[in-house]
Design a protein around this ligand. Sequence first.
Ligand code: ADP
Length: 840
Amino acid sequence: MSSNSGIQIPSRLPLLCTHDGVLLPGSTMRISVDTARNMQLVKSRLLKGTSLKSTIIGIVPNTRDPEHDSDELPSLHSIGTAGLAVQVVGSNWPKPHYTLLITGLCRFRVTQLLRERPFPMAEVEQLDKLEQYTEGDPAVGELGELAQRFYQAAVQLVGMLDMSVPVVAKLRRLLDSLPRETLPDVLASMIRTSNKEKLQVLDAVDLEERFKKALPLLTRQIEGLKLLQKTRKLRPDDDKRVLAIRKGGVFPGRQFSLDDEVEDEDGDDNVLLEKKVKAAAMPEAALRVCLKELRRLKKMPQSMPEYALTRNYLEMMVELPWSKSTTDCLDIRAARVLLDNDHYAMEKLKRRVLEYLAVRQLKSTLKGPILCFVGPPGVGKTSVGRSIARTLGREFHRIALGGVCDQSDIRGHRRTYVGSMPGRIINGLKTVGVNNPVFLLDEVDKLGKSLQGDPAAALLEVLDPEQNHSFTDHYLNVPFDLSQVLFIATANTTATIPPALLDRMEVLQVPGYIQEEKVEIAHRHLIPHQLEQHGLTPQQLQIPQDTTHEIISKYTREAGVRSLERKIGAICRAVAVKVAEGHKVSRAESPTEELADQNAENKVEDSGIAAPPEMPIVIDHIALKDILGPPLFEMEVSERLTLPGVAVGLAWTPMGGEIMFVEASRMEGEGQLTLTGQLGDVMKESAHLAISWLRSNAKTYFLSNGSADPLEGTDIHLHFPAGAVTKDGPSAGVTIVPCLASLLSGRLVRSDVAMTGEITLRGLVLPVGGIKDKVLAAHRANLKRVIIPKRNEKDLEEIPAHVRADLDFVFASTLDEVLNAAFDGGFPSAVSHPQVVSKL
Ligand code: ADP
């Protein structure tokens, strides 16, 4: 590199004090620059300068720690290396710094320091004559002999390395082409030497002395290599290359002190990491990848951005629970007790969960279906999942999938991305630290889809027992065995769960609670829990059953118990204020008690005031209104049904069942039908069906009002209130018919009847879904009669007996039966209908 360049270094050089290594002539080194003086030098000389000369700077080894780099310039080492800045890279992370790539040209001696600020500048004397190397005739005498010996040793060293590596082959060629004089410097910077040894080579200005200093280092390396190769023979698969040669000659980016003989902290860190990798009990494939990455890491300068990435990756890999697991402690009897204690009601669900657990106990390698709890919010789906983890003695982790629309959320980002990280599954495993936790995949019905791929497809791989033993996260890029993880999913509705995903799961419906169940849940679980949360005791606060009933019916309208729990929480807060105030009073008065000590008579009276007997605060009707405000919901059914043209339907929503009013009005017009209330296509069709049926049967039911068509010269407007909510589904058909019949006949629909069912053009009533939730909603609304399709009769089994007892069910198979049940005294018709039996 220096041959016949004939470079004469300038007599004045800016000096760069390095903290992290010794640059020798003929070698190249990466130097990280972050101290004020060095930064100034880079800015004003290297970044601004245009001539070649301006890129030549003096590198002076300086042992001072950059942390202690004060204003004072430390005493400089008198010999340095003039170097050519080949590359300057700036970065702001983690702090502003430059990384320079410098090639050493020749030694110089500092003769006089000219200035210290903004960076040191010195008068220098060039020591090695660059041109001298080009003079062809080899040195004679002792020097020549030394040089020859050194050359041979170097050839021997290179010969011991793997020639198939391009760097080694190149080095072999270099050995022959380089002038012998340059060899000590070049080799000293390549072989394993401490900074102190390198400094000795640098200081050896005399060529002969330099050979003498460098030769033992070279011999030591050869001996070391021989030893290593001997042990390698026993383990032939190891890599020969990892040895002596460090690419580029030096390890940049490292602190050093001249007393420091061998490796430093960074090395220790990597050794520690290597130990951890070996201790992590990974499968073969993962271990291989880790070791490869470790090898790369060791060769990488710390300042390289990839260094941090690789380290993070390795740290993630060692933290994963490859083979750490908890032992299941499943006792079915205990599990039953625990489930019963944690949850009131939900018998069907608990039974199925116990079955599932029992099978697991008998066959631990069960590749069973994934349980998916489907039901309205706040009915205890998550909480059952948590109980399952407890009964099994496993760790529990919840993964919220609502709104996730990027598949890398599940499967991670590839490591090529900036800020890449593993997906939620792998992250969850790292959090729990064992490979057999219970994972609750919350809200699988709310998975999104976007340009970044379909997360549902990624979940398929996670949930499929045939595939998930080798789940490959993009970040890890090695398979992780998920087969020990127990997955449970929850959803509000199955309608929006991707079919392929639904196919992998066993759906367990968790319906909403009826009023009585809610009261029980409140008294057994919610109230004690809230009391504890607020630091209260049952001696301080009592909520009677009547009050709970009132909270449920007037302050909440939900299928679950979440908002009920919130209301109880609100009561607890209000009472907590009162109790805290009471405490203050008694504490403020306690000194009186002490004073009264001398007076026995007074004492009795005063202590009575100081610590009044604790009275529970009972929440009655008035207190409830005081704390929660006026009732939010009033049962309004009977009030709304005071006009013809209104009927009550029953609807199913992901939040549970609800009652739904259908209103109709008519006006003069051209027989048009207007529908409002955000209806879907199916619902619109139901409305058209109902009208068509009524028109065709107008005569039969005396609705025609003289003319053949009751709608002649009339526009009809049908409205489904709560217009902000989109409604769809066929089950409103049955409600629209009595509503219109009431409008056309002027008679009122019974105010205590609700109905649901799909209709056909010929007047049949077809079954619909969600009967349990719908019936519970009717019961909540205090309705007395429920009209449901005949073929839904079997669904009533799921409904608690006392609810059934409170309601009068009408099972209809034709619209005629519906009309008769919906109006007081029936709906007279001209002909008695023959019984039509649906064959649909
Ligand atoms: P979900 O996941 O279905 O939306 P959660 O599991 O979060 O609902 O339940 C909400 C709250 O209601 C929890 O505090 C839970 O303990 C309580 N809860 C729900 N159902 C029951 C029940 N049957 N018995 C006792 N507590 C219940």
